[in-house]
Design a protein around this ligand. Structure first.
Ligand code: COA
Ligand code: ADP
Length: 621
């Protein structure tokens, strides 16, 4: 079994389950020599079985049971034969992408009940390679249906038949669009049943939001990213001219490459792209490279049987141990060769593994002046963006420092992380009703290292109005005596803002506390979904800690608002307790203080008093 040690560190079952919608509880063991970290999962399972949630229903319980299978789930198992392998004798990524795309497409079509096309495939990290004789098991299920599109979560596991061992190879998220000739499709909604399905369903909306602005985000980040390169000072005699790696290849789309509608399969296009990228990478290193990551594939337009696809690839930049290869695909009909449609572009990162499976040093590359130098710099910027994003999007909360530095290069991902963390907390099914007073309910959730609580009440006020009133943190001192003053530091965009919050000293501490908080608000995509205001701490160079205040932090908190009727809203406040406030939280949770209730009641009065009185700044929503 060839392994990519660099990538193994990314294998994380919790993350996999969250990002693909699959629990990897079926994996009996990790790869040789690497102990599996099952602590997090084990605690989730023990929580699941030892506590009963106040909000669980019979169908939820059945959904968790052995008999339950998501109705959109599709599985594919393939024995890896020599005809599927690459120059290293391992399963070629192109072949794997074809199987992934086919499985995901069948899952999407099972939900849609009509043909579907691949719109995009999110970034993929390959954690292991797969050898001849092993089995590839692929599972796909629809995480959420939107209007005409669906997010499909895919998990790929390889299996060694002799030793019975299994490895997680990669996870992927693909978007498929249902397609019916002459009419726009409106998909039926997916109904999540298990806790994990509910989490995926909720977070999928946030991922979609990020996906749709992906191209613009990357463009902005590239424009603003200052990369210091040493192109001028490098010794040219030791550099490989990028031109030497350039590849151009043409493919004729034949019926076996297309679906029943005559559209080229997305997996086939990805496989052709991987082929030319591998040739370009091999020309730089003069060895057999291994594909490590693929950045977002976006299928910009369709191609059909009879189209000619021109694939072009070149190494954009070579770093010490990895290189970025860019590929672009254009389609044309024979009768209109000059009319080429740009249908796809992708960026792939390759490494060259030595006999010890460690990545080898790569030669430097000398880009062509003009576009080549631009791509060289953009590849460096993409690498930085990729690393920033990976850290923020995939870090477990326990691993991430409470306050993450705020800067333009991580803005979109921090906002994503803020909202998705709250949604994951909300979707947990092991909340326990701790107490109830004056029609305000207090729930708690004990998990591994965290204690979380949430307060819930019904308020006779319009849902959108309640959302608007609480989403301007500057008004919080009007009802929350734990907020002395709130200043707006930066209005990031329409839905995200950073505030400086000052609260009185807590529990005998002589110093007041201050917080720098990112507030991200979201309206629901569907009826039944809540309005959300997510709050988390960030650090800002302009607002460093001062001796005057003790810097407080919140890792995950915020409000959800559910419409329960006309002028009737269920308002919930969620908070994952951080060490600084833990004592205060436990005092309330154990009933030794009633401050939570008093504060939440004050919030209700604030909403009722201001139900017809929106600040002009909020009415733009
Ligand atoms: N990633 C994910 N979803 C995307 C997307 C992207 N980059 N771009 C568009 N979509 C989604 C939209 O959100 C929308 O979903 P919704 O209806 O649930 O709200 C849906 O696609 C349609 O968007 P719309 O703007 O009406 O259509 P479009 O003109 O952008 O077309 C495709 C979208 C995917 C249909 C079109 O780009 C296409 O045909 N691409 C080629 C598909 C293909 O051939 N794939 C490979 C072979 S199967
Ligand atoms: P960009 O040039 O902004 O990177 P494109 O979509 O034009 O975006 O191209 C994507 C990638 O495809 C490029 O980064 C490059 O690596 C590769 N590419 C584009 N054009 C060519 C070409 N003529 N020859 C070889 N590779 C190309």
């Amino acid at each position: 079994m060839g392994r990519c040690p660099q990538l193994c560190s990314q294998c994380d079952e919790g993350k996999l389950a969250r990002e693909t919608g699959w629990q990897v509880d079926s994996l009996p063991s990790g790869p040789p020599g690497k102990p599996k970290n099952t602590e997090g999962l084990a605690s989730v399972f023990s929580n699941r079985t030892s506590r009963k949630s106040a909000s669980r229903t019979d169908s939820d319980n059945m959904a968790d049971g052995e008999g339950y299978r998501n109705p959109t789930e599709v599985q594919m198992s393939q024995l890896v034969l020599p005809c599927h392998t690459n120059q290293r004798g391992e399963l070629s990524v192109g072949q794997l992408l074809k199987w992934i795309d086919a499985t995901a497409c069948l899952s999407a079509e099972r939900h849609a009940g009509c043909p579907c096309v691949t719109a995009s495939m999110d970034d993929i990290y390959f954690e292991h390679t797969i050898s001849v004789g092993q089995v590839v098991n692929i599972k796909a299920k629809v995480n959420r249906a939107f209007n005409s599109s669906m997010e499909v979560g895919i998990q790929v596991v390889s299996e060694d038949l002799c030793s019975e061992k299994q490895w997680c190879v990669c996870k992927a998220l693909a978007t498929f669009v249902a397609h019916r000739e002459l009419s726009k499709v409106k998909l039926k909604p997916t109904v999540p049943r298990t806790e994990e399905e509910k989490t995926e369903h909720s977070v999928a909306a946030e991922r979609r939001r990020m996906r749709l602005v992906y191209a613009d985000t990357i463009k902005d980040l590239l424009a603003n990213c200052v990369i210091q390169d040493d192109l001028e000072s490098r010794d040219c005699s030791h550099m490989v001219p990028a031109e030497k790696t350039r590849v151009e290849s043409v493919e004729l789309v034949l019926p076996p490459h297309a679906n029943h509608q005559g559209n080229t399969f997305g997996g086939q296009i990805m496989a052709w792209m991987e082929n030319v990228a591998t040739i370009a990478a091999s020309r730089l290193c003069r060895a057999h490279p291994t594909l490590k990551t693929i950045e977002m594939f976006h299928f910009r337009g369709p191609s059909q049987v009879g189209d000619r696809l021109v694939l072009k690839a070149i190494v954009n930049n070579a770093f010490k141990h990895s290189m970025e290869v860019g590929v672009c695909v254009e389609a044309y009909r024979q009768e209109a060769e000059t009319h080429r449609r740009h249908i796809n572009s992708a960026f792939m990162t390759f490494v060259v593994l030595g006999a010890d499976d460690q990545p080898q040093m790569l030669p430097w590359i000398r880009p062509q002046p003009g576009d080549g130098e631009r791509r060289y710099r953009e590849a460096s910027a993409r690498k930085k963006i990729r690393l920033d994003r990976k850290y923020i999007v995939s870090c477990k909360q326990a691993e991430m420092p409470l306050s993450v530095p705020w800067d333009p290069s991580n803005q979109v991902y921090l906002s994503y992380n803020n909202v998705s963390s709250l949604k994951m907390l909300v979707a947990k099914d092991n909340w326990v009703l701790s107490s109830e007073s004056n029609q305000v309910r207090l729930y708690t959730l004990e998990e591994d290292k965290f204690l979380s609580f949430h307060m819930e009440m019904l308020v006779h006020v319009d849902t959108a109005q309640a959302f608007l009133l609480l989403s301007d943190l500057r008004r919080r001192p009007e009802w929350d005596k734990h907020c002395r003053s709130v200043e707006l530091v930066q209005q990031v965009d329409e839905d995200d803002a950073i505030y400086h919050v000052i609260s009185p000293a807590l529990g005998g501490d002589p110093k007041p506390q201050d917080f720098i908080i990112l507030a991200s608000r979201r309206k629901p995509c569907d009826t039944g979904e809540p309005y959300v205001i997510a709050l988390r701490s960030v650090t800002l160079p302009t607002h460093r800690e001062t001796p005057e205040y003790r810097r407080g932090e919140t890792v995950c908190s915020g409000f959800c608002f559910w419409r329960e009727g006309d002028q009737l809203t269920k308002v919930s406040y969620y908070n994952q307790a951080t060490p600084g406030v833990l004592k205060y939280v436990t005092t309330n949770v154990t009933g030794l203080s009633s401050e939570f209730y008093t504060t939440f009641k004050a919030c209700e009065h604030f909403l009722l008093d201001n139900r017809n009185d929106l600040a002009p700044s909020l009415q733009t929503l």
